[in-house]
Design a protein around this ligand. Structure first.
Ligand SMILES: Cc1ncc(COP(=O)(O)O)c(C=O)c1O
Length: 458
């Protein structure tokens, strides 16, 4: 077996340049600039092929490696499981799959069934198929699915059909019919003359759309608990409570997309648990096994599940499969990931460190006029940059690119909204691993401070 040490790193970078197609990456610049190749990780740190150390403030760039890099106990759990029983289709159960399902729903009062697949997009697709099949069983009318204009629910054509980020969607249509957009709930970008009761007002916009479409045609709404790639937007006060009320009133299933917030990112197991809502469907992926294995879950109530038990209809059960949803490595990694979160009291660390990070970022806001808004929940923070605090004119994407590149030079990886929203890709995103310390966060904020002093003086 090749170990990292045996590989010639120069050749590796060259081979990457010649053969790899990187995700979300314009490749022309890589003809003159070396592609980033990550070869090692430990805790919050990663090392690239040139030997440079980086503090990763976004958990694998996309909010995934929640318990940090280099966890031998997760690798051991996966190895042991693969030797014992690697795979059998999800039409059968397996030991870690059953055990993780039971542990998972014990953290989610009201939820009871777990359906495994491999990515956030796929977990959401399963949820949409569940909604569509329930509609079909009831005459086909309640087939429409609502989504918000700043949320993202995945990369496949139908997951993108349910996503609102215009730049993410551009050039990939036509899209799947039956998905209807509703407005965001970003109070900093308030759509009304008056911000009073903003959360309730934003939720009532959803009701208007349900009424315009016809309540008998709307089957579900999918919402991120904290909008992630659309600008890190925690919901305003009263929002989710009102959404829940509206869903009940019009018989609309509430689907919460926890692909980023689950497990633990915001200081509770799931983001929705801050807001007292009772969803019908919850989807999750990235933090379920912290990236150590591919796994996603579509979790439902028993009430949703029961609708697929109709024994009179030979087509009435959920006729869906995901080949690798039967791979036992995913739940084996997920079980150990959950054990680590509990044993190391990481939810509590998230709350403490999240407060610390927000306070430090607010300190930066006092220093730089370019910071219009600082927001977040737990270890999930956004810093929105504007050219003028009164008009809130968004800072150009190039400024954020320069700040991120400068941080990278300093050895700190930060995130930013990136070709997501038209003219509004102006938020720095931070989501360090749940194990971070105040020293790690100081290092991150110092790097942003240095970068801003060079690229964001307005
Ligand atoms: C909220 C949300 N849902 C779904 C997805 C899609 O997940 P995946 O990339 O695993 O398909 C993402 C990915 O970033 C996401 O942020």
């Amino acid at each position: 077996m090749n170990t990292t040490a045996d590989i010639d790193k120069k050749e590796l970078v060259e081979s990457d340049r010649n053969h790899m197609w990187h995700h979300l990456t314009p490749h022309k610049p890589l003809e003159v600039k070396d592609p980033l190749v990550i070869v090692k990780g430990k805790g919050l740190r990663v090392w690239d092929a040139k030997g440079k150390e980086h503090l990763d403030a976004v958990s694998g760039a996309v909010w995934t490696v929640n318990v940090g890099y280099g966890r031998e106990s997760i690798a051991d759990a996966v190895r042991d499981q693969l030797v014992e029983m690697c795979y059998f289709a999800g039409s059968a159960g397996n030991i870690p799959g059953i055990q993780f399902a039971e542990r998972l729903v014990s953290k989610m009062p009201g939820m009871s069934r777990v359906y495994y697949s491999n990515s956030g997009s796929e977990a959401n697709e399963k949820a949409y198929k569940i909604v569509r099949q329930i509609a079909a069983k009831n005459g086909g009318k309640k087939h429409k699915i609502l989504y918000r204009d700043r949320d993202y629910h995945g990369t496949t054509i139908t997951a993108l059909s349910s996503s609102g980020q215009i730049e993410r969607k551009a050039q990939y249509g036509p899209y799947t019919p039956g998905f209807v957009e509703v407005p965001h709930c970003c109070q900093y970008r308030c759509q009304y003359d008056d911000e009073t009761d903003y959360g309730v007002k934003a939720a009532r916009e959803i009701e208007k759309v349900i009424l315009a479409e016809g309540p008998d045609t709307v089957g579900s709404i999918v919402l991120e608990p904290v909008t992630a790639g659309g600008g890190v937007i925690p919901p305003p006060e009263g929002y989710f409570e009102t959404v829940q009320e509206i869903c009940k009133q019009y018989g609309v299933l509430l689907h919460i997309d926890e692909v980023v917030c689950g497990l633990g990112r915001t200081g509770t197991w799931f983001g929705y648990q801050h807001y007292g809502v009772k969803p019908d469907i919850v989807t999750m992926a990235k933090g379920v096994a912290s990236g150590y294995a591919a796994i996603s879950c579509t979790v439902t109530t028993e009430e949703v599940f029961n609708q697929f038990k109709d024994s009179d209809d030979p087509m009435g059960y959920f006729r869906d499969i995901s080949t690798f949803g039967g791979c036992a490595a995913g739940p084996a990694a997920a079980l150990e990931n959950m054990r680590i979160i509990e044993e190391e009291n990481l939810l509590e660390n998230v709350t403490r460190m999240g407060d610390y990070l927000l306070e430090k970022l607010r300190g930066l806001q006092n220093k730089y006029k370019v910071i219009g808004d600082v927001r977040g929940k737990g270890l999930f923070c956004g810093v929105e940059l504007v050219m003028d605090r009164n008009t809130k004119e968004p800072a150009p994407e190039s400024m954020l690119a320069n700040i991120a590149a400068d941080c990278m030079e300093q050895g700190v990886i930060i995130g930013r909204t990136n070709r997501s929203l038209d003219g509004l890709n102006n938020t720095i995103c931070l989501s360090p691993a749940l194990i971070c310390t105040t020293e790690d966060l100081d290092e991150v904020v110092d790097a942003i401070d240095n970068a801003m002093s060079r690229h964001a003086m307005i």
